[in-house]
Design a protein around this ligand. Structure first.
Ligand SMILES: [Zn+2]
Length: 225
């Protein structure tokens, strides 16, 4: 596949953005070593930009980011794509509204995944960002479509932009890579808070009506317009 100059300009900009967003994973202490990755859909193209496999976060410049098609085949770049590329690609193929995907093994969210337990919606910020409990996806082995399929099937039945893949860790999505990173940061934060809340008692539930209202307001009214 040959990329036109216009697409290459877009791709180069996205590579810088995606490289910089990997810095948010370390800044927010969501990743250790090279585990964890951010990808972005190339708007209007069946292409995505993703982290290369096994490269240290200190060496992640824009130029090291690789471009693949939505089946994970390398289209542009020097290095082999992340080993999670197939899962990211599956999400882009099946969720056209998604422009960014993030995967980490952040400690608290992954602890919930280890128990296969959804994070209950007991904080207004969970209602705001996730619209309910943060769901658990099926156990899946890396190497085929099963992780991607598990992510898509779980997210389709939920308002949450994040899923805890059982025995594995969180995957999050967003309209772009930045909002997927935001969801990855938030899922770890609420996983930690609800874990701590449980140490001294049972967190209080929020009514479905209040969850709906909080979510609606946050998604449509909150922030700068
Ligand atoms: Zn993983």
């Amino acid at each position: 596949m040959v990329l036109t100059t216009a697409i290459l300009d877009t791709v180069d900009e996205l590579r810088q953005t995606v490289a910089a967003l990997h810095g948010e994973l370390t800044r927010n202490e969501l990743v250790i070593w090279t585990a964890g990755n951010v990808s972005a859909r190339v708007p209007g193209q069946d292409l995505m930009v993703i982290k290369p496999s096994g490269v240290s976060y200190d060496n992640l410049a824009g130029e090291t980011m690789v471009v693949t098609d939505l089946f994970g085949n390398l289209v542009h770049g020097e290095l082999a794509p992340s080993s999670d590329t197939a899962a990211h690609a599956y999400v882009y193929r099946h969720m056209p509204e998604v422009g960014g995907v993030v995967h980490t093994h952040s400690t608290y969210a992954t602890a919930w995944a280890a128990r296969g337990e959804p994070i209950p919606c007991v904080l207004t910020m969970i209602a705001d960002e996730f619209g309910g409990d943060i769901p658990v996806g099926p156990f899946a082995i890396i190497g085929d479509d099963s992780i991607g399929r598990g992510i898509v099937e779980t997210l389709r039945g939920s308002r949450s932009p994040a899923v805890l893949m059982q025995n594995h860790g969180p995957f999050s999505v967003g309209k772009d890579a930045r909002s997927a990173v935001k969801a990855a940061v938030m899922v770890e934060d609420v996983a930690r808070t609800v874990h701590i809340a449980r140490q001294l008692g049972a967190p209080l539930a929020i009514s479905q009506q209040d969850i709906d209202q909080l979510h609606q307001r946050y998604q449509n009214v909150y922030g700068q317009h």
